[in-house]
Write a protein that binds this ligand. Sequence first.
Ligand code: FE2
Ligand code: FE2
Length: 175
Amino acid sequence: MKDLMRLRSLLGTEVEALLNNQIKMEAYNSSVYLAMASWCDRNGFDYSADHFYKQAEDEREHMLRFFKYVSDMGGTAVSPSVDGIPQEFESFREVFESALELEVKTTQAINNIADKCYKEKDHVTVEFLNWFHKEQREEEYVARRCLELFEVIGEEGTGRWEIDKAIPSVSYGNE
Ligand SMILES: [Fe+2]
Ligand SMILES: [Fe+2]
């Protein structure tokens, strides 16, 4: 019976720790996007604010996916505390630069978990992570496209106003 206790969790200790880090990262991302929505709202970029509110919701959903997975696998899902959320941004453009940076870091973190899973032969978690690899491909695509609008449209004159208006039309594969 004692041996059964060790089978309580299907997750290795290190994979479980990485997944808990990811729960924290997704919660952090959600809060950063909320701060970006607030910044856009108070600076008159309504469409971008809506975009970031939606991103904040998506990140919370990601957080919950990881959270429920750890729990379902018999691990201990740790409810995340987040701090150090930037509330101010230098410019409209910097908000979108930071968003892309956030997504690139997230992709790297998820790749890092997958590397560990391959090493540990944890194919179950590898399969779980596949959804996130595809999601990150879309998230990075959208973040890059949004940032490209600053080059394509330009910030002069009514440029920023035009960029803001174009944000809702950015989507992955026009889905
Ligand atoms: Fe995410
Ligand atoms: Fe994301």
